[in-house]
Ligand binder design. Structure first.
Ligand code: HEC
Length: 138
Protein backbone atom coordinates (compact mmCIF):
# COMPACT_ATOMS: atom_id res chain seq x y z
CA UNK A 1 0.00 0.00 0.00
CA UNK A 2 1.47 3.28 -1.05
CA UNK A 3 0.86 6.55 0.64
CA UNK A 4 -2.44 8.21 -0.17
CA UNK A 5 -2.03 11.66 -1.69
CA UNK A 6 -3.10 14.37 0.73
CA UNK A 7 -5.99 15.62 -1.49
CA UNK A 8 -7.50 12.11 -1.56
CA UNK A 9 -7.38 11.80 2.25
CA UNK A 10 -9.26 15.05 2.54
CA UNK A 11 -11.94 13.80 0.15
CA UNK A 12 -12.45 10.56 2.10
CA UNK A 13 -12.77 12.29 5.42
CA UNK A 14 -15.20 14.81 3.96
CA UNK A 15 -17.37 11.99 2.66
CA UNK A 16 -17.22 10.23 6.02
CA UNK A 17 -18.24 13.37 7.75
CA UNK A 18 -21.29 13.77 5.51
CA UNK A 19 -22.31 10.17 6.24
CA UNK A 20 -21.80 10.63 9.95
CA UNK A 21 -23.90 13.78 9.91
CA UNK A 22 -26.66 12.04 7.99
CA UNK A 23 -26.66 9.17 10.50
CA UNK A 24 -26.77 11.44 13.52
CA UNK A 25 -29.53 13.43 11.83
CA UNK A 26 -31.59 10.25 11.50
CA UNK A 27 -30.93 9.36 15.14
CA UNK A 28 -31.91 12.86 16.20
CA UNK A 29 -35.10 12.71 14.15
CA UNK A 30 -36.17 9.36 15.52
CA UNK A 31 -35.42 10.31 19.10
CA UNK A 32 -37.47 13.46 18.59
CA UNK A 33 -40.33 11.35 17.24
CA UNK A 34 -40.15 9.12 20.31
CA UNK A 35 -40.12 12.13 22.65
CA UNK A 36 -43.09 13.74 20.88
CA UNK A 37 -45.07 10.49 20.95
CA UNK A 38 -44.29 10.17 24.66
CA UNK A 39 -45.46 13.71 25.32
CA UNK A 40 -48.72 13.02 23.49
CA UNK A 41 -49.29 9.94 25.62
CA UNK A 42 -48.56 11.83 28.83
CA UNK A 43 -50.91 14.68 27.90
CA UNK A 44 -53.66 12.25 26.85
CA UNK A 45 -53.49 10.52 30.21
CA UNK A 46 -53.31 13.89 32.03
CA UNK A 47 -56.56 14.90 30.30
CA UNK A 48 -58.18 11.56 31.15
CA UNK A 49 -57.40 12.00 34.85
CA UNK A 50 -58.55 15.64 34.76
CA UNK A 51 -61.89 14.50 33.27
CA UNK A 52 -62.26 11.96 36.10
CA UNK A 53 -61.45 14.61 38.69
CA UNK A 54 -63.93 17.08 37.10
CA UNK A 55 -66.73 14.51 37.12
CA UNK A 56 -66.06 13.73 40.78
CA UNK A 57 -66.25 17.44 41.66
CA UNK A 58 -69.42 18.03 39.62
CA UNK A 59 -71.19 15.11 41.31
CA UNK A 60 -69.79 15.72 44.81
CA UNK A 61 -72.54 17.16 47.01
CA UNK A 62 -69.97 18.90 49.19
CA UNK A 63 -67.89 20.48 46.40
CA UNK A 64 -68.99 21.46 42.89
CA UNK A 65 -72.46 20.03 43.45
CA UNK A 66 -73.49 21.02 39.93
CA UNK A 67 -76.11 18.25 40.14
CA UNK A 68 -78.07 20.26 42.70
CA UNK A 69 -79.25 22.51 39.84
CA UNK A 70 -78.30 20.77 36.59
CA UNK A 71 -79.15 17.53 34.87
CA UNK A 72 -75.87 15.78 33.99
CA UNK A 73 -75.82 12.43 32.21
CA UNK A 74 -75.30 9.67 34.77
CA UNK A 75 -76.02 11.93 37.74
CA UNK A 76 -78.50 10.76 40.37
CA UNK A 77 -81.45 12.99 41.44
CA UNK A 78 -80.44 16.12 39.57
CA UNK A 79 -82.11 19.49 40.14
CA UNK A 80 -83.62 21.49 37.28
CA UNK A 81 -82.93 25.05 38.39
CA UNK A 82 -80.31 25.46 35.66
CA UNK A 83 -80.35 24.13 32.08
CA UNK A 84 -79.25 20.53 31.45
CA UNK A 85 -75.51 20.31 30.83
CA UNK A 86 -75.53 18.58 27.47
CA UNK A 87 -73.70 19.01 24.12
CA UNK A 88 -71.26 21.34 25.82
CA UNK A 89 -68.65 21.42 23.04
CA UNK A 90 -71.25 22.40 20.47
CA UNK A 91 -72.87 25.00 22.70
CA UNK A 92 -69.70 26.37 24.28
CA UNK A 93 -66.96 26.15 21.64
CA UNK A 94 -65.20 28.99 23.44
CA UNK A 95 -63.53 27.54 26.55
CA UNK A 96 -63.11 31.02 28.04
CA UNK A 97 -66.89 31.56 27.95
CA UNK A 98 -67.58 28.28 29.69
CA UNK A 99 -64.90 29.10 32.23
CA UNK A 100 -66.43 32.55 32.87
CA UNK A 101 -69.85 30.96 33.52
CA UNK A 102 -68.39 28.62 36.13
CA UNK A 103 -65.94 31.15 37.60
CA UNK A 104 -68.62 33.81 38.12
CA UNK A 105 -72.07 33.40 36.56
CA UNK A 106 -73.10 36.78 37.96
CA UNK A 107 -70.67 38.55 35.62
CA UNK A 108 -72.91 37.71 32.63
CA UNK A 109 -76.18 37.60 34.58
CA UNK A 110 -76.24 39.63 37.81
CA UNK A 111 -79.47 37.85 38.77
CA UNK A 112 -77.93 34.38 38.48
CA UNK A 113 -78.40 32.14 41.47
CA UNK A 114 -75.52 29.94 40.26
CA UNK A 115 -72.72 30.06 42.83
CA UNK A 116 -69.75 32.13 41.58
CA UNK A 117 -67.42 29.19 42.21
CA UNK A 118 -64.19 30.94 41.25
CA UNK A 119 -64.92 34.35 42.72
CA UNK A 120 -66.02 32.79 46.02
CA UNK A 121 -63.04 30.40 45.94
CA UNK A 122 -65.41 27.46 46.32
CA UNK A 123 -63.34 25.83 43.57
CA UNK A 124 -59.69 26.45 42.67
CA UNK A 125 -58.64 27.38 39.13
CA UNK A 126 -57.31 23.84 38.65
CA UNK A 127 -60.61 22.34 39.82
CA UNK A 128 -62.57 24.58 37.44
CA UNK A 129 -60.27 23.46 34.60
CA UNK A 130 -60.98 19.81 35.46
CA UNK A 131 -64.73 20.46 35.46
CA UNK A 132 -64.40 22.11 32.04
CA UNK A 133 -62.44 19.10 30.71
CA UNK A 134 -65.27 16.90 32.00
CA UNK A 135 -68.01 19.20 30.60
CA UNK A 136 -66.44 18.82 27.16
CA UNK A 137 -67.11 15.08 27.30
CA UNK A 138 -70.86 15.73 27.78
C1 HEC B 1 -77.67 26.92 42.75
C2 HEC B 1 -77.90 26.35 41.45
C3 HEC B 1 -76.72 26.09 40.56
C4 HEC B 1 -75.58 25.36 40.83
C5 HEC B 1 -75.17 24.69 42.13
C6 HEC B 1 -74.82 25.33 39.60
N1 HEC B 1 -75.46 26.03 38.62
FE1 HEC B 1 -74.89 26.27 36.73
N2 HEC B 1 -76.49 27.39 36.30
C7 HEC B 1 -77.51 27.69 37.20
C8 HEC B 1 -78.49 28.55 36.56
C9 HEC B 1 -79.75 29.11 37.19
C10 HEC B 1 -78.04 28.76 35.23
C11 HEC B 1 -78.71 29.60 34.13
C12 HEC B 1 -77.86 30.78 33.70
C13 HEC B 1 -77.53 31.69 34.84
O1 HEC B 1 -78.42 32.04 35.65
O2 HEC B 1 -76.34 32.02 34.99
C14 HEC B 1 -76.80 28.01 35.13
C15 HEC B 1 -76.05 27.94 33.96
C16 HEC B 1 -74.94 27.14 33.81
C17 HEC B 1 -74.25 26.96 32.57
C18 HEC B 1 -74.67 27.54 31.22
C19 HEC B 1 -75.60 26.50 30.63
C20 HEC B 1 -76.31 26.90 29.36
O3 HEC B 1 -76.87 26.01 28.72
O4 HEC B 1 -76.29 28.09 29.01
C21 HEC B 1 -73.20 26.12 32.81
C22 HEC B 1 -72.18 25.63 31.82
C23 HEC B 1 -73.23 25.80 34.19
N3 HEC B 1 -74.32 26.44 34.78
C24 HEC B 1 -72.32 24.97 34.81
C25 HEC B 1 -72.36 24.66 36.15
C26 HEC B 1 -71.37 23.85 36.80
C27 HEC B 1 -70.19 23.25 36.11
C28 HEC B 1 -71.73 23.77 38.11
C29 HEC B 1 -71.00 23.08 39.21
C30 HEC B 1 -69.60 23.42 39.40
C31 HEC B 1 -72.95 24.53 38.27
N4 HEC B 1 -73.29 25.06 37.07
C32 HEC B 1 -73.61 24.68 39.46
C33 HEC B 1 -77.59 27.24 38.51
C34 HEC B 1 -76.64 26.50 39.17
Amino acid sequence: MGRMPIYKLKFVSHKEEIMRKAASNTILKSSLAIIIAGMALVSASAIASSVEEGKKLAFDRKQGNCLACHMIEGGISPGDIGPPLIAMKARFPDRAKLRAQIYDATAANPESIMIPFGRHKALSDAQIDSIIDYMYTL
